[in-house]
Design a protein around this ligand. Structure first.
Ligand SMILES: [Zn+2]
Length: 155
């Protein structure tokens, strides 16, 4: 007997990948360096933005599984091409970065569920956040430049 005679798709299996630390890191530590394994002209869920029309797929590839948090513990320093620790990380902690720290206008906005007190809800890129919110975060050169170009100087 068909357990769901209507044929309705009533549930789906989801796999949610994340990247977790194998050891501890202190604030300011460099976790690794990175580079582009490919360059795209438009953003996707897997890319990091370098400038207006440069979006890279990351090498090492595992870095693409770093998810978003509104209270991030790592930062993609796109000038030095290193992944930097923003606050102490313990073994097993999930590595998370603040997507709007590199992404200006995201291709696939989403509703954040990071459960941080500072959670911003809908995440769509820095272009959609007020400057007084962004000033609490470390931002890429590109994002800072975008804000400066609009007279929204970032300290
Ligand atoms: Zn959040």
């Amino acid at each position: 007997m068909n357990p769901n005679p209507s044929g309705e798709v009533f549930a789906e299996v989801r796999t949610f990948k994340s990247l977790c630390a194998n050891r501890s890191f202190q604030t300011g530590d460099i976790l690794c360096s990175f580079r582009a394994r490919a360059t795209k002209a438009s953003p996707s869920q897997m890319t990091v933005q370098l400038n207006a029309d440069t979006h890279i797929l990351l090498y090492p590839k595992i870095l693409q599984y770093i998810n978003h948090s509104c209270n991030p513990n790592v930062f993609f320093d796109t000038r030095r091409k290193v992944l930097r620790c923003l606050r102490p990380i313990a073994p097993g902690d999930e590595l998370r970065f603040f997507y709007p720290s590199t992404e200006w206008d995201m291709e696939e906005p989403f509703q954040c569920n990071c459960r941080e007190a500072s959670c911003l809800g809908r995440i769509q890129g820095a272009a959609h956040l007020p400057p007084h919110t962004l000033q609490h975060y470390e931002l890429s050169d590109f994002i800072r430049g975008q804000l400066e170009a609009r007279g929204l100087a970032h300290p």
